[in-house]
Design a protein around this ligand. Structure first.
Ligand code: ADP
Ligand code: ADP
Length: 227
């Protein structure tokens, strides 16, 4: 469970990226963070990833205060998270497969195990046929699917995706959202930011941010399916 208690984040003296945000996200939820550019969505996601600390208030993950996390504990937190964040693109000097293997190599898995799991992740995202391609040879939608494969290869409990459908056409955006929804159905908490309203109708839960504040929040009882 992720809990924000009166969380504010100021950059400088008067730019508030988040302002008195309180919310709870339960295990296994699929949550869309909506709101215009500059609303604070990235900052909120980065805080869950331990990449930003609150200026005031408390962020708890399973009772652990992320604001008090030591730098040495960060890698441990990251292992529980699948991150699809802005500015963390694929490495262009190596293959798709090598990109997806990397998170496992970093935590000390054997090359064999990393390759097996990376192939499975690519297969799950329906892009195994591009394993040996360069990311440069892929379309935007394919690159985003590889980024998701890389994020899920360590079997995280939580996926954080910042604008994963940005720059994608509608068909590719639907493929990406459906891939994330499939992980949520297998028990993974998914928190997805988007300024694109077209996906909100199929969310279980939407949290609207505007100028750093939560302005609306709703939960739907029925799970809908993308046509
Ligand atoms: P969103 O993801 O909804 O577009 P952000 O969380 O990126 O919003 O940004 C929220 C506000 O905080 C914006 O006004 C942005 O300019 C500001 N901001 C975000 N990160 C920084 C930073 N590192 N330094 C200064 N201002 C920042
Ligand atoms: P989309 O319609 O999904 O955006 P594209 O039309 O960009 O896809 O690409 C269609 C196919 O061609 C994809 O399978 C992609 O991998 C491949 N492709 C796209 N760009 C290149 C490229 N520069 N070199 C080799 N293959 C490419």
């Amino acid at each position: 469970m992720i809990e924000f208690q009166h969380v504010s984040k100021a950059f400088g003296n008067d730019i508030y990226a988040l302002r008195d945000v309180s919310l709870t996200i339960g295990d296994g939820e699929l949550v869309f963070l909506a709101g215009p550019s500059g609303a604070g969505k990235s900052t909120l996601l980065r805080m869950i990833a331990g990449l930003e600390k609150p200026s005031s208030g408390t962020v708890l993950m399973n009772g652990q205060n992320l604001g008090q996390l030591k730098a040495s504990s960060l890698p441990y937190l990251r292992r529980k998270l699948g991150l699809i964040l802005q500015g963390q693109g694929l490495l262009l000097d190596r293959s798709v497969l090598a990109n997806v293997m990397l998170p496992m190599i970093v935590v000390g898995e054997s090359t064999t195990e990393a390759e097996t799991r990376a192939r499975a992740a690519l297969d799950r995202l329906n892009i195994l046929d591009k394993a040996h391609a360069s990311p440069l040879a892929l379309s935007g939608g394919e690159q985003q699917r590889v980024a998701i494969a890389r994020a899920i290869v360590n079997r995280p409990k939580i996926i954080l995706a910042d604008e994963p459908t940005a720059y994608l056409d509608r068909d590719n955006a639907i493929i990406v959202i459906n891939a994330l929804k499939a992980f949520q159905r297998s028990g993974v908490t998914c928190i997805i930011s988007s300024h694109d309203e077209q996906f909100l109708e199929q969310a279980n839960r939407v949290i609207y941010l505007s100028k750093g504040e939560v302005t609306d929040s709703w939960t739907s009882a029925v799970e809908s399916v993308v046509a």
